[in-house]
Design a protein around this ligand. Structure first.
Ligand SMILES: Nc1ncnc2c1ncn2[C@@H]1O[C@H](COP(=O)(O)OP(=O)(O)OP(=O)(O)O)[C@@H](O)[C@H]1O
Ligand SMILES: [Zn+2]
Ligand SMILES: [Zn+2]
Length: 800
């Protein structure tokens, strides 16, 4: 067994296959599938993943593996297979897929260096080498002696080499421990002179405490110094050692342990169905459709508990923005140190450490965002996806996988159940449940027989006619004031997307747009600047219109900041907490703001999407939605579905406990079915209505979509390539397929690159991937050399 099949770290189509390498003598029995290795590739050395170890290769002269980067594999056999499956299904490179499955810290970094091959070098170079054998390439760049370097490479004086580093770092802390038994320490103590008080104190301490202690802690505890400790170490009484530790972002939090609650009968029914499949070790996907506040989380917790008692492991996915401390605490509170948490707010090091806990089987539960679906467990008994309708489960970059598909694939491998939970399931999921592909579990009642809060729709056009020009209706203002008087709390929701501030001339209608992207600039009050959200371009707010020179150029629309000011002006005595990207940028601020609101240090929580999910505050009795229709007008066939989901989720934040809740939704289109049906919580009716529309217009779940987006700095080039792709698809796919386009993308230019697209609507096209792959291969050269970019999305959620 001396041949390794390796996928190398070069993400292009030509290298998207396995390469054979010889396993050198000294690495025999040390190379296993799933390990990272360093291999020669052309003139360079690069990182690669070993997929298989065999005893045969069709190639005679194999280059040897240079070295191994891991002692134990970082990818299990299952994950290697899964990676291949994901790469195939999303038309991605193997290497990109494997890297997406692992924490960032395990990505390799490459350093270019120059190595001396000769004892004597030309003077110019010797001055830079200064006696060293290897120096960084950067030093040459700074010295600016390229030609001398080129000549030296040609005559063989030096060579360019690439060092591969793994970025992972293991955190270590210094510990001190006694080298003697307590009785022996007693003897040392007796020998010490009277005045050696500090040393005596340390020895005394270790007599009581005969185990290692962190050095820092020892110094603080005994008010002693480094040098005193060092003297004892030098005398052989103490020993210092480095101990590996985890960066644990939650270690200092005191999380109260919770006990399982007696389940209600609807919870019990759902629970039984899951437990049955778990006990039978078989795969089944459940769709848990439970209204907001129906106690879905308690079902998850008890199902996980059952899974753990069987000696198995569980993965729980939660949308990134719902991974609040409140959510994390519910899992840590029940399972304590058995839980690892993975999400993007952790530092790289923290994420690596949480991943290692999983790899070393030190935890049995992972709670995390999308990529936690790749947790390297080997005994999975249960996978849960909470808020399964969330589009953030789809990765919007290479590899464009959907965590739901990956979850089901893993569950099939492990013969275990998947729970997809939501109050507003994705249309695709509910349709599958109706067809019996998934098993539907319903929880239509709220906990404690709490009623769903009453929803009132306010037609903002009527407000305008009545002379109210403010962004708050009279009813909403009154309702907030009532809450203030009763010392209850209010959540106000503003959907920022499609609702940001843009700048327009009132005279000629000129809108300030980004010179590099086809998009209106956003006005930022704080520094009076106009910013582009796609490319970060910014400019000063102009005094006069660049088009007609009128001075009536103003900003329009409403940002959270502006709402906050207006709200404060309207109700001066209100304490407001604003939560949006600006106030939550700093690490920990998200948590702090929510804690303040939870402790009732504020009357109103005003925020964007990030407050729509998962919050459970007993004192919230009013939820206000400022503009329900802002999502409806996006160029996206899911606009109605997203609106319905968002309104239902937001409404679900009110009256979750003893106090009854009320919801006020402001809208310009109260007659739109997704607004109207959200106000009566009629998911079923919404589903029927929306399905009819999807059928008529041939959208998912009736049809599948593939979106091909082409971009390039030259508009003609983009049009030509997109047209050619459309023609190729039309020629090679079946006649049942509909191809829309080529057309300009909804955002037709980003960062000076023009964007065109074509969309394939189809029912069943088994050859599609093969054809798309060939198309990509055809344009490969241009993509590498000529800035051409072709993106293929086989299950698009972002249509912009
Ligand atoms: N069996 C039970 N007995 C008593 N209280 C319960 C029980 N199950 C859940 N609860 C409580 O009911 C409240 C709502 O439950 P939970 O947050 O789990 O609902 P959910 O369905 O996940 O809601 P959402 O989808 O809105 O996040 C919580 O405060 C929870 O502690
Ligand atoms: Zn103008
Ligand atoms: Zn821009």
């Amino acid at each position: 067994m001396d041949v390794a099949n390796v996928v190398v770290d070069v993400p292009v189509a030509q290298t998207n296959r396995m390469f054979d390498y010889r396993i050198p003598e000294y690495l025999q029995h040390a190379v296993f599938p799933g390990m990272r290795v360093i291999v020669p590739f052309g003139p360079r050395k690069i990182m690669g993943y070993v997929l298989e170890v065999t005893d045969h290769s069709d190639i005679d002269k194999l280059k040897p593996i240079e070295s191994i980067m891991d002692v134990t594999p970082v990818l299990t056999k299952e994950l290697l297979e899964l990676g291949k499956w994901v790469a195939h299904h999303t038309i991605s490179f193997y290497i990109s897929t494997f890297q997406a499955m692992l924490p960032q810290a395990l990505k390799a970094s490459y350093e270019k260096q120059v190595q001396r091959l000769n004892d004597i070098l030309p003077e110019k170079l010797e001055m830079i080498f200064a006696g060293r054998d290897v120096i960084s390439f950067q030093e040459f760049e700074e010295a600016g002696v390229y030609q001398a370097l080129q000549r030296a490479v040609q005559v063989g004086d030096v060579e360019i080499i690439y060092q591969v580093h793994s970025k992972e770092t293991v955190k270590k802390q210094t510990y001190v421990k006694p080298m003697l038994e307590p009785l022996e320490l007693e003897a040392v103590l007796a020998d010490l002179p009277q005045q050696a008080k500090k040393k005596k104190a340390i020895i005394h301490f270790f007599q009581q405490h005969n185990k290692p202690i962190q050095k820092k802690e020892l110094l603080e505890k005994l008010h002693t110094t480094q040098s005193t400790v060092k003297q004892l170490i030098d005398q052989g009484i103490l020993k210092q050692e480095m101990v590996e530790t985890y960066r644990d972002p939650y270690q200092n939090e005191n999380i109260k342990r919770t006990q399982p609650l007696p389940l209600t009968s609807q919870q019990q029914d759902a629970m039984n169905a899951v437990v049955d499949t778990l006990d039978q070790t078989k795969h089944q996907t459940f769709l848990l459709h439970g209204v907001t506040g129906s106690g879905k989380t308690e079902v998850y917790l008890q199902a996980i508990h059952h899974c753990l008692t069987k000696g198995k492991e569980a993965i729980v996915l939660v949308p990134e923005i719902a991974l609040t401390p409140q959510m994390v605490n519910r899992f840590k509170g029940r399972f304590g140190s058995k839980v690892a948490v993975m999400h993007s707010a952790l530092s790289k090091g923290e994420r690596f450490d949480e991943w290692r806990k999983v790899q070393r089987k030190e935890v049995q539960v992972v709670v995390g965002a999308r990529s936690a679906i790749f947790a390297p467990f080997e005994q999975i008994g249960l996978i849960i996806i909470d808020e399964e309708h969330e589009t953030s489960y789809k990765q919007e970059e290479h590899p464009r996988y959907h965590a739901r598909d990956v979850a089901i694939q893993r569950a099939k491998y492990h013969y275990c159940p998947v729970i997809l939970g939501s109050a507003t399931p994705a249309l695709e999921s509910y349709a599958r449940a109706k067809k019996g592909v998934y098993q539907l579990l319903s929880m239509p009642e709220r906990m404690n027989n709490a009623k769903m809060p009453e929803v009132e729709l306010i037609d903002m056009r009527d407000e305008l006619h009545a002379g109210n020009r403010s962004m708050f209706s009279r009813q909403l203002k009154e309702a907030i004031e009532e809450r203030l008087a009763r010392k209850e709390q209010t959540v106000l929701f503003l959907n920022r997307r499609g609702y940001s501030t843009f700048v327009m001339c009132r005279d000629c209608g000129h809108v300030m747009t980004c010179p590099h992207c086809d998009i209106a600039l956003t006005y930022h009050r704080k520094n009076q600047k106009l910013k582009c959200h796609y490319c970060n371009y910014e400019e000063n707010m102009p005094d006069t219109c660049p088009s007609c020179e009128s001075d009536t150029i103003r900003y329009f629309g409403t940002g959270t900041q502006k709402v906050e000011e207006a709200l404060q002006e309207m109700i001066p005595e209100a304490n407001i907490i604003r939560m949006d990207v600006d106030t939550t940028r700093r690490k920990g601020s998200h948590e702090r703001l929510l804690r303040q609101f939870g402790n009732q240090q504020a009357d109103i929580l005003l925020g964007t999407q990030m407050i729509a999910k998962g919050l459970d505050f007993p004192n919230v009795t009013l939820v206000g939605v400022l503009a329900a229709d802002s999502l409806l007008n996006l160029p996206d066939f899911r606009a109605s579905e997203k609106t319905f989901q968002l309104l239902t989720q937001v409404s679900g934040r009110a009256g979750r406990h003893q106090l009854p809740g009320e919801v006020i939704i402001q809208t310009y289109t109260p007659e739109h079915y997704s607004v109207e049906l959200a106000s009566t919580y009629d998911y079923e009716a919404f589903f029927e209505k929306e399905m009819l529309i999807r059928k008529t217009y041939q959208y998912p779940p009736y049809y599948y979509l593939t979106l091909v987006t082409v971009s390039h700095p030259n508009q003609i080039k983009v049009m030509e390539v997109t047209k050619m792709i459309s023609l190729l698809l039309r020629k090679h796919l079946s006649d049942d397929v509909r191809i829309l386009g080529p057309t300009a993308s909804p955002v037709a230019r980003i960062k000076d690159r023009y964007r065109y697209q074509c969309m394939v609507k189809y029912k069943n096209e088994p050859n599609q991937r093969e054809i798309l792959r060939k198309i990509l291969a055809y344009f490969e050269d241009e993509m590498r050399k000529d800035e051409l970019l072709i993106q293929i999305d086989l299950q698009p959620y972002q249509l912009m």
